[in-house]
Design a protein around this ligand. Structure first.
Ligand code: ATP
Ligand code: MG
Length: 260
């Protein structure tokens, strides 16, 4: 089998006595979308932070294309091709929407070796930035200051910035949380499109099981920091560990309601 694009081996982080991510070994391949699910506090976001470099592991390693990147910080990992959306703090609040994306396009062009980086101009960067803005349906607010955007639009802008960096690995942590119902399909369609390209590795943390079902090739379940299930969506959803640890919660509530 091909070398995984991304892999963690025994990845672990402790906060004091609490093991938030506990010896998680998992490999992700190009062209796949893996949903990571689990109850609140399971360690999903912490796992993302360990992969993208926001947090340093207590033990274990992260491999990108087979190379050990455990020692790299977040910026180094971004350069190597790990894209993480929804760090709204990374927006430049006093720059316009299009300028925020233009900076990402330019950073990508500078990082690239070859002719594009030497020959491309400011106008090319703006063209590309506008392309990514259109992808997330933000063309209409291109000149608005990032700070003035409503929350849902800020999250869409983060996605546009991540796309402009053209990563190999896309990490979405509850991408539609806090969005209005009409904004949700824009982001889900975009993830669909990314997946349809067939060459990207997509990791998606998502609580809504209908979204998971419609997008995921595979589901990984975290519970108390540990990987407790990993497989085909239908199989994982049906497994006792998932029914008990996570998905069982909803039917149980329904049952309680019917008794009450
Ligand atoms: N910086 C930190 N310091 C101490 N504890 C932390 C820190 N970050 C996360 N934790 C703890 O680690 C555990 C896992 O948290 P995490 O945010 O990864 O869960 P999650 O699966 O993303 O949950 P949710 O579905 O609610 O987003 C929690 O018990 C949390 O309190
Ligand atoms: Mg989380």
């Amino acid at each position: 089998m091909a070398t995984p694009v991304l892999e963690t081996r025994d990845l672990t982080i402790r906060f004091g006595g609490h093991v938030a991510v506990d010896t998680v070994s998992c490999a992700f391949h190009a062209g796949t979308l893996t949903a990571i699910v689990g109850p609140n506090g399971a360690g999903k976001t912490t796992y993302f932070n360990l992969v993208s470099g926001q947090l340093s592991a207590t033990s274990g390693i992260v491999l990108l294309g087979g190379a050990d990147i455990t020692g790299l910080g977040a910026a180094g990992r971004t350069k190597r091709g790990i894209g993480r959306a929804f760090q709204i703090t990374n927006l430049f609040p006093n720059l316009s929407v299009v300028e925020n994306v233009r900076l990402a396009v330019q950073a990508k062009a500078r990082g690239a070796s070859g002719l594009f980086s030497r020959w491309s101009s400011h106008a090319d960067w703006i063209d590309k930035a506008e392309f990514y803005l259109a992808e997330v349906n933000l063309g209409g607010v291109r000149d608005t200051l990032a700070a003035a955007l409503p929350h849902g639009d800020k999250r869409k802008l983060e996605v546009a910035i991540m796309m402009a960096l053209e990563p190999d690995v896309f990490m979405f942590d509850e991408p539609t949380a806090g969005m209005s119902v009409d904004e949700v399909p824009v982001i889900l369609d975009l993830i669909h499109k990314l997946k349809a390209r067939g060459d990207k590795t997509i990791l998606l943390v998502e609580h809504k099981m209908d979204v998971v079902r419609s997008l995921a090739d595979r589901i990984v379940v975290l519970h108390n920091g540990r990987l407790v299930a990993d497989g085909e969506p239908a199989e994982v959803i049906a497994s006792p560990v998932v029914q008990e640890a996570y998905l069982g919660q909803a039917p149980k509530r329904a049952a309680e309601a019917s008794h009450g």
